[in-house]
Write a protein that binds this ligand. Structure first.
Ligand code: ZN
Length: 138
């Protein structure tokens, strides 16, 4: 079995934003030499997500408004912030957008649906955070 491990680092300048990372993940798969296998991509922080959906800016704006309605950034609203933090909303946003994705590798390529793209979702930005990409197969 072959494997490859890579840590991608992001420092998103806004509190909440989405970064298209499909090309970064494709590069790890290419370098791994794996032709049949699986690729795991996960956020390594509890206020960030990795998810798959359409690379369409209107949808992303809709997501931001939807998430802000579900979990507004209002530091007085969350028990979590009694610890001195102000990111209670970001933990909730991460929870609903998910921690990781797993994509099949077929003939050396990510086997994504036609409109599927991989995104890093940041909900408490302006600091450096990591995403793990792990490829296994043969
Ligand atoms: Zn926190």
């Amino acid at each position: 079995m072959k494997s490859a491990t890579k840590y991608l680092t992001f420092e998103v300048p806004k509190r909440m934003d989405f970064v298209h990372i499909t090309p970064d993940v494709e590069q790890v798969v290419e370098q791994s030499g794996v032709s049949e296998g699986l690729c795991l991509v996960n956020a390594m922080h509890i206020t960030a997500s990795v998810f798959i959906n359409d690379n369409e800016s209107g949808l992303h704006q809709d997501y931001k408004e939807w998430l802000e309605n579900l979990a507004p950034h209002d530091p007085s609203r969350y028990r979590h912030n009694r610890t001195g933090e102000d990111n209670g909303d970001a933990h909730h946003k991460r929870q609903i957008m998910g921690r990781e994705v797993v994509v099949a590798i077929t003939k050396g390529r990510l086997d994504l649906g036609t409109w599927e793209r991989i995104f890093y979702g940041e909900f408490d930005g302006r600091r450096s955070k990591r995403v793990l990409v792990k490829v296994i197969g043969e």
